[in-house]
Design a protein around this ligand. Structure first.
Ligand SMILES: Cc1cc2nc3c(=O)[nH]c(=O)nc-3n(C[C@H](O)[C@H](O)[C@H](O)COP(=O)(O)OP(=O)(O)OC[C@H]3O[C@@H](n4cnc5c(N)ncnc54)[C@H](O)[C@@H]3O)c2cc1C
Length: 535
């Protein structure tokens, strides 16, 4: 939404602020919302401006109210109520996880934001089910860091991660959830056994491979379009105590990517494999090695990047204290197959928790400098392996060189075979594809414009050159673009929307479907695949 419209909304709320409160008896609460004042949880009007913000800090949609649900039945009553109002009401419902979306995906213009973190319910570890495998039964609003801490008490941990853990279970499962373990275990959406979901009609449904499987597949990677995930059963494995964390550098892109691909395809390999690009624009040129020890301190201190673009391969090997020696041998063996610049081997050993929660340490630093709450014009792309060199040549060699936009750039391969192709997630049509994540920060107005211009150039280049990339955490504004994103899966996606959220109430901030609002004089007919697919 344009800033102008945001301020208009903000003005209206401020103007109404003196009379709109959360008290049940208050007569000025808009009548469609009054029934929600009787829920167990809290309906807040004061918090609406907070719910109009997200990590991206670029788009703001002001909701009418924010629900802090005390239970799943509050979520059910809210969605049911909005559903029953039918298409004469323009109310929509946006589940908000930790609000770490980038372009308003967890927001709603004039609707109800459901703060999923308030739902509670925590995490329960269940041993020996699902064919003998343990799992965590977690609330959809739980932060992954809390899931991890609870599981570690049982010597267990989820298998597949994101780089940053202060994100919610429901939020990442609505996208995919990827990190350096995905090459082995697949994304987080490949590592859930069962979901509890409140659909767009306000029904609670349990779904899994065996039960309501269509909803199970639709909701995983479904951008919140089919229901609100209130619980998830997450696959676990024994947690290691420690990790050996390794970084090595390459100046040659081909050797870098060939080594990455060799590692993700090998049987005996590391437990986590990522990589990033280092230019003097990424802010990493001097600190990529901070808190790592060089294998060869003398040669390492002589290493000079010479202003070149470098590529950092990042890997870990998990181990328990008593296995340190054999871990060491395995690491040596894996490293011996790589072609990195000899003086650039850097290592460190940290606890598993410290490694998985590593980005939080950067968050604390950036917050202390006032650099966390700035706009984040991020661009995340999946690039097919066949075109990654063309992409790198143009983007790193030209577009980024000519732009002053700054931020880390992740680049690592993933394998399609680890993704369940029945989910709603969209990936390129090649067995190996790369995540390229351009994680720009824009502390000033000019830098936001610059980064958005850079993103546009990259997307235009991909289109012009016929690089069949897919956006991860996709952002599109027209239905034509969404159809292009889903390709031949669009019909199924829209069909499932018609079944589970026929009025297009849920997750309007994704801008895929728009609630069709009828005037009160027209007759109301709800079709299972109703009028929800306008551009
Ligand atoms: C610092 C940072 C690091 C990140 N690192 C990674 C990474 O390594 N890998 C990765 O895959 N992603 C990563 N992400 C992206 C992240 O996965 C998405 O931004 C995700 O949407 C954020 O989760 P959230 O809980 O804040 O969800 P929100 O932003 O609150 O919501 C995201 C979408 O899901 C919907 N939604 C939220 N909760 C639910 C629910 N319970 N049920 C149904 N729909 C729901 C919302 O309506 C919205 O449409 C990162 C983001 C940040 C800010």
């Amino acid at each position: 939404m344009a800033m102008h419209s945001y301020f208009l909304h903000l003005f209206l709320i401020v103007a109404l602020g003196s009379v709109v409160t959360t008290h049940v008896s208050n007569p000025v609460v808009p009548s469609p919302l009054r029934p929600l004042l009787h829920l167990q949880g809290n309906l807040s009007f004061d918090d609406a401006p907070l719910a109009a913000k997200d990590f991206g800090n670029i788009y703001q949609l002001l909701p009418a109210a924010v629900l802090y649900p005390a239970s799943v039945s509050d979520v059910v009553s809210t969605v049911q109520h909005v559903f029953q109002l039918g298409p004469r009401s323009k109310l929509t419902v946006a589940a908000r996880g930790h609000g770490h979306s980038l372009q308003g995906q967890a927001q709603t213009d004039g609707g109800i934001v459901v703060r999923m973190e308030a739902l509670g319910g925590g995490t329960r570890v269940v041993h020996q089910q699902h064919g003998g495998q343990p799992y965590a039964d977690a609330s959809g609003g739980e932060l992954w860091i809390n899931v991890l801490v609870e599981c570690l008490k049982h010597g267990l941990a989820p298998k597949s991660w994101t780089d940053y853990l202060h994100l919610t279970v429901g939020g990442t499962l609505s996208n995919a959830g990827i990190s350096g373990q995905a090459f082995r275990h697949g994304p987080q959406i490949s590592n859930v056994y069962q979901l509890e979901i409140v659909t767009g009609k306000g029904e609670v449904m349990n779904c899994s491979e065996e039960e309501n499987s269509e909803l199970f597949h639709a909701a995983r990677g479904g951008l919140g379009q089919f229901g609100i995930i209130t619980r998830a059963q997450i696959a676990l494995e024994p947690a290691p105590e420690m990790v050996r964390w390794i970084r090595v550098l390459y100046s040659d892109f081909t050797s870098f990517t060939e080594d990455q691909e060799m590692l993700i395809s090998a049987k005996e390999t590391f437990d986590y494999i990522e990589g990033f690009v280092i230019t003097n624009r990424t802010g990493l040129i001097n600190n990529w090695r901070s808190s790592f020890n060089p294998r060869d301190p003398v040669r390492a201190s002589q290493f000079d990047s010479d202003g070149k673009i470098l590529f950092c391969l990042e890997m870990t090997k998990n181990f328990n204290q008593h296995e340190a020696e054999s871990m060491d041998q395995q690491v040596e063996q894996h490293l011996s197959k790589l072609r990195y610049l000899p003086s650039t081997l850097f290592q460190s050993e940290v606890s598993y928790l410290e490694f998985l929660d590593r980005v939080h340490a950067s968050e604390v630093k950036l917050r202390s400098k006032g650099l966390w709450d700035v706009p984040h014009p991020w661009l995340n792309l999946f690039i097919p392996r066949a075109r990654i060199k063309d992409f790198a040549r143009e983007v790193f060699g030209k577009i980024l060189r000519d732009s002053s936009s700054r931020g880390p750039i992740l680049l690592y391969p993933l394998n399609r075979s680890k993704w369940d192709n029945r989910t709603s997630a969209v990936i390129p049509d090649e067995e190996i594809f790369y995540l390229v994540a351009l994680l720009s920060s824009a502390p000033s107005h000019g830098s936001l414009e610059e980064a958005l211009k850079q993103n546009r150039k990259i997307l235009d280049f991909c289109n012009k050159e016929g690089i069949k990339m897919k956006q991860y955490l996709p952002y599109y504004t027209t239905q034509e673009e969404w159809r292009g994103h889903y390709g031949d899966r669009w019909e199924m996606f829209a069909h499932r929307k018609g079944i589970y959220d026929p009025l297009s109430i849920l997750a309007p901030g994704q801008r895929i479907f728009h609630k069709a609002v009828q005037s009160s004089s027209s007759s109301i007919v709800i079709h299972p695949e109703a009028n929800h697919v306008q551009g």
